[in-house]
Design a protein around this ligand. Structure first.
Ligand code: 6R9
Length: 632
């Protein structure tokens, strides 16, 4: 903790100088920067702006130059258990060939490339290849629907989509290319010149000869070297779409220099990474965790990492433990929702209990995506970590680029359920609605008082929304995270109390209630009105509960079940299966104030099957609550 305090003090004394020192230590620059933070156009902050670098050079060439060419960069385990490895030298060669292939198709610096891929070495290579030529990638999670994919392609104005024929999860092939075809057929994707397809399964797919290209044909004969495009530190490395409080997802734009610095730094410090470690982050590259802690951070440090195609429950719920054993994983980073479902599975079947496996290689455990409840923490600590591995509960967001509040293993004394203290240099604080500090022990709004290198730069194409979402005027120039938090009166430790906006967290996936509502009401044949709220769920953290008014009479019994199912499938088609409401209830109306506002706080109580104790005097139609309490 002394070392931690020292770093905190260094950052406090000279914020820009502290980050500049680390940017010089952790990254290789083509042209050194002369200035750290530029806040002249706040809240559009810039870091290391006159420096140039290349992210892929930092992740690959640099490792080869350091003598790590033969070190395994990626251990890939496919859904069916087949293992393939790529050394740093091989990863560099594959990245260069793909970069050359992209260039040959006219992709240039600043162009956007959408990546809609399975978890694979090729997925990481595609991201690195974009970085190499200065193209801005936008990875779309393979579980999103054609409609969602189309919206993202269109918003990003992508010139190319990189995809796979299919992905394999839990023994089943699932379409990817077919969904790209469907997305483009929806219209509005005229910017897309080529669709490049990685052959994963060889399953049947459609083909548009003027547009579609096989990745293996494109890369065949391409040179294994490719001069990196040296870009300014602020050059957009990627845009990643995430849910906000309105219906339209936000394209979170990240930089090259500042982002990579924090990716490398946090991977190093939060996971105390050592050269011999085998690091495994179980996230998908479609989420920010897969960007920072699979595609960039570990590679920027020359680490060996596991990349997994499949799901934790196939062929059985011992898969994670078996993989830790087989690959001698030493640092394991996963999500509370996975832990909770594996606890359930292990309780039901001793064969898949972690004690059946040799997990002695583990050194450090990590958690991300949602609050980890103390019971899950204890189980993870005891049964996975053998009571000896620190758990780093890392709080951060798509917008923050990397860890914000987290223990440092071996240093920070741990408290289950608390993400403990800010990462050195991150000015996290808790304030009230006016931006004034609240005392420890009292909850409030989580903010970050000073800019940091890996912060969101803007919302792609919508700087006004960026300002309004993250820098509301009443907060005096502090970054608004969108979460509530409380600090312990004695230790000052942070505990995140959950989102304070209309964003839900279901199995660690971020979803806007408005997004789901607009999907429901877009079913114009059936739905007149819909309101969506979250309710606590033992396994998924939060569950989606939708209250729906139909255009026809309120259904009951089997008819209600049937329509609820239709609507679930509709939402899956509009957004993706992850957005399917768990619970759909029908009413003749929704609880509204006399001025017509939906009273969501009442709906939240109804969703929880809680007795209504709140004030309902402003409610126009109190009888509706009993109706909405009926489950289908
Ligand atoms: C990395 C990631 C961000 C939201 C965030 C918060 C929740 C993430 C957490 C956590 C409590 C943690 N969250 N980590 N809550 N403890 N350790 O998950 O990014 O998908 O953008 O979600 O997730 O609510 O605001 P993202």
């Amino acid at each position: 903790m002394d070392a931690y305090e020292k770093l905190v003090a260094e950052a406090e004394a000279d914020h820009s100088g502290y980050w500049s020192r680390l940017a010089r230590e952790f990254l290789g620059w083509k042209t050194p920067f002369t200035r750290g933070l530029d806040d002249s156009q706040a809240p559009f902050f810039k870091w290391f702006e006159d420096g140039t670098l290349n992210v892929s050079w930092n992740c690959l060439d640099r490792q080869v130059e350091r003598g790590l060419g033969d070190k395994t960069a990626i251990i890939f385990e496919a859904d069916d258990g087949q293992v393939t490895r790529a050394s740093y030298r091989e990863l560099l060669a594959r990245t260069c060939r793909m970069a050359n292939a992209l260039k040959a198709r006219g992709v240039k610096k600043g162009d956007r490339v959408v990546i809609y891929m399975s978890m694979s070495i090729e997925g990481v290579v595609a991201m690195q290849a974009c970085a190499r030529i200065g193209a801005t990638h936008s990875v779309v999670f393979g579980g999103f629907s054609a409609q969602s994919l189309r919206d993202r392609i269109q918003d990003a104005g992508a010139v190319m989509v990189v995809t796979a024929d299919e992905q394999v999860r839990g023994g089943k092939p699932l379409p990817l290319k077919a969904i790209v075809d469907e997305a483009i057929a929806l219209g509005g994707c005229e910017t897309v010149k080529n669709v490049v397809v990685y052959r994963r399964t060889g399953g049947p797919i459609g083909w548009v000869p003027s547009r579609d290209r096989w990745l293996h044909e494109e890369t065949q004969g391409q040179p294994e070297t490719c001069e990196p495009e040296w870009v300014g530190a602020e050059h957009p490395l990627f845009v990643l779409y995430t849910s906000g409080s309105t219906g339209k997802p936000k394209g979170v734009q990240h930089s090259s220099g500042g982002y990579l610095l924090h990716a490398a730094l946090t991977t190093q410090w939060t996971f105390d990474l050592k050269p011999a470690d085998v690091f495994w982050c179980t996230a998908d590259i479609g989420w920010v965790t897969g960007h920072t802690y699979i595609a960039y951070g570990p590679l920027a440090l020359g680490a060996t990492e596991v990349v997994f195609e499949g799901v934790p429950t196939y062929p059985d719920a011992g898969r994670f433990w078996k993989m830790i054993q087989d690959h001698k994983v030493s640092v394991f980073y996963t999500a509370p929702t996975a832990i909770r479902s594996l606890i359930k599975a292990a309780e039901g079947n001793p064969e898949v209990h972690p004690r059946r496996y040799d997990l002695s290689s583990l050194r450090i455990l990590g958690s991300v995506g949602e609050p980890i409840n103390p019971a899950a923490w204890e189980w993870f600590h005891q049964h996975v970590g053998g009571g000896r591995c620190p758990i780093v509960d890392t709080f951060w967001q798509t917008e923050t680029g990397g860890h914000m509040i987290t223990p440092l293993p071996g240093a920070t004394p741990l408290v289950p359920g608390s993400c403990t203290l800010p990462f050195p240099g991150i000015a996290a604080a808790i304030v009230d609605e006016t931006g004034a500090d609240v005392p420890n022990g009292q909850g409030g709004i989580l903010v970050v008082k000073k800019p940091w290198p890996s912060m969101i730069r803007t919302i792609w194409g919508d700087p006004e929304r960026f300002k309004a979402s993250y820098y509301p005027p009443e907060l005096k120039g502090f970054y608004l995270a969108g979460d509530g938090a409380i600090r312990d009166a004695k230790t000052g430790y942070f505990t995140i109390t959950g989102r304070i906006d209309d964003v839900l967290n279901v199995s660690g996936h971020r979803m806007g209630t408005m997004e789901i509502e607009s999907a429901l009401v877009s079913c114009t044949a059936l739905v007149a009105e819909a309101a969506v709220v979250g309710r606590p769920d033992d396994t998924t953290g939060e569950a989606i509960c939708a209250f729906v008014v139909l255009k026809r009479a309120r259904p009951t019994g089997d008819e209600a079940k049937k329509i609820a199912n239709e609507l679930r499938n509709w939402v899956a088609k509009e957004i993706g299966p992850i957005a399917k409401p768990k619970d759909i209830r029908f009413g003749d109306n929704l609880p509204k104030t006399r001025s017509g506002k939906i009273m969501r706080r009442l709906l939240r109580s109804v969703a929880k099957d809680e007795p209504i104790t709140q004030d309902t005097s402003t409610l126009e139609n109190p009888a509706i609550l009993a109706q909405l309490s009926e489950r289908n």
